[in-house]
Write a protein that binds this ligand. Structure first.
Ligand SMILES: Cc1cc2nc3c(=O)[nH]c(=O)nc-3n(C[C@H](O)[C@H](O)[C@H](O)COP(=O)(O)O)c2cc1C
Length: 309
C-alpha cells in the first residue's frame, strides 16, 4: 500500500509531506514508510539533547571532584571567526555566560547579532564553530591498544552525534596537516612540578590516550536546515515539485550547541575516568587517582593535581 495515499488526519495534527533538505525527513520516511514527515521530525528534533545536557551536568560534578574543569564557547558564527586556531582555557574564560551569544569575544557580539537579524530577514540561517576545553584531565584515559577505547575516537563519536555537527577537530588537528612535523607536535620539557609541554597542538591526546594537557575539542555546526525561504523539494503525497515545508525554527543555534558539545565531552571524560580509576564511591575513585599521581611522581604532567578530599 502507498503510505502517502493514507490520510493520517485522525490525529488532528498538521501533516508534513514536502521533506526539508538537511533533515532526516526524506531518508526517515523511506526507512520507516511514514506517511507524515512529522513522525520523523518530532523524533529527530535536537530537543532530545536536553537529556544529554542533564547527564552532562552530573558528569561535570564528578569531574570537578577529580580536579577536571570544563569551559565552552562560540568561536565563529555566520562566517565571522573570533579566534584563529584551537581555543585554550584562557580563551574560553573570556566567555561571558550571560551574554547573548557566549562567544570568546563578547565585545563583538553586537556585530554578530546584526548578522543574525540580517539572515532572519533574508529567510536564511547561520552555522558556526564551538570550542570546549577540559583542564586537569589525568593522563592515561583512553587506550592506545584498543581502537574502540581510544579517547579521541570516543570524543569524536559523541560530539559528531550532536545534531548539525558536521566536523570535529582535536587540538590543532585542522591546522597541523598544512605544516611540517617539527611544527605539529608538542616538545616535552622538565617543569617545576613534573613534565611540561612547550605547546598543546595535540589537544591533550596522543595515541588515543590523554597526556595531561588541556583536552581541546572544536565542533563545526552547519547552518540550521529549516529555511523560511525553503529550498526545492518534492511533495511526497502528490509527486509535485515545489518547496520544502517550513516549521517554526531558529536562525542559529550555535550558542546552544556549545553547551551540548560541552556535555558530550563531559560524559565521555567521566566514563573514561571511571573506566580507568573505578570506584563505587567517589572517595575510592579519588584514592585511586591520588595513588596514580604519586606513582607518576616528578615524571607526571605538571598540570595534573588531585584536589584534596
Ligand atoms: C541546539 C540545536 C538546535 C537546533 N534547532 C533547530 C531548529 O530550530 N530548526 C532546524 O531546522 N534545525 C535545528 N537544529 C538542527 C537539526 O537538529 C539538524 O539540522 C538535523 O538534525 C539534521 O542535521 P544532521 O544531518 O547533522 O543530523 C538544531 C540543532 C541543535 C544542536
Amino acid at each position: 500500500m502507498d503510505p502517502w495515499s493514507v490520510d493520517p488526519a485522525q490525529s488532528g495534527r498538521r501533516r508534513l509531506t514536502a521533506p526539508r533538505p538537511g533533515h532526516a525527513d526524506l531518508a526517515g520516511a523511506w526507512k520507516f514508510g511514514h506517511a507524515d514527515l512529522r513522525d520523523v521530525l518530532e523524533r529527530a528534533s535536537a530537543r532530545e539533547t536536553a537529556a544529554r545536557v542533564a547527564a552532562g551536568a552530573v558528569c561535570r560534578q564528578l569531574l570537578a571532584r577529580c580536579g577536571v574543569r570544563l569551559r565552552s564557547g562560540v568561536l565563529a558564527l555566520g562566517g565571522v571567526s573570533l579566534l584563529d586556531g584551537p581555543p585554550t582555557m584562557a580563551d574560553l574564560e573570556r566567555v561571558d555566560p550571560t551574554s547573548p551569544l557566549t562567544t570568546v569575544a563578547p565585545e563583538r557580539e553586537a556585530e554578530l547579532v546584526g548578522r543574525i537579524d540580517a539572515a532572519k530577514a533574508a529567510g536564511d540561517t547561520l552555522g558556526g564553530v564551538v570550542g570546549v576545553v577540559a583542564a586537569g584531565v589525568p593522563p592515561g584515559l583512553g587506550s592506545y591498544a584498543r581502537w574502540e577505547e581510544r579517547l579521541d575516537g570516543q570524543l569524536a563519536q559523541a560530539v559528531m552525534a550532536v545534531p548539525a555537527v558536521k566536523a570535529v577537530a582535536l587540538g590543532a588537528g585542522l591546522e597541523v596537516p598544512q605544516g611540517p612535523g617539527s611544527l605539529a607536535h608538542d616538545p616535552i620539557v622538565p617543569g617545576d612540578g613534573g613534565l611540561r609541554r612547550g605547546s598543546n597542538r595535540a589537544g591533550g591526546i596522543e595515541g588515543g590516550v590523554s597526556n595531561g594537557e588541556e583536552v581541546v575539542v572544536r565542533a563545526f555546526m552547519k547552518p540550521i536546515s529549516t529555511l523560511r525561504d525553503p529550498l526545492p523539494s518534492v511533495d511526497l503525497a502528490s509527486g509535485v515539485p515545489g518547496r520544502a515545508a517550513y516549521e517554526r525554527s531558529d536562525v542559529t543555534a550555535v550558542p546552544a550547541c556549545a553547551v551540548i558539545v560541552e556535555s558530550a565531552v563531559a560524559f565521555v571524560l567521566a566514563r573514561a575516568l571511571l573506566a580507568t580509576f573505578g570506584g563505587s564511591r567517589i572517595d575510592d575513585t579519588l584514592a585511586a587517582l591520588e595513588a596514580y599521581r604519586r606513582r607518576l611522581g616528578a615524571l607526571g604532567p605538571e598540570a595534573f593535581v588531585v584536589p584534596p578530599r
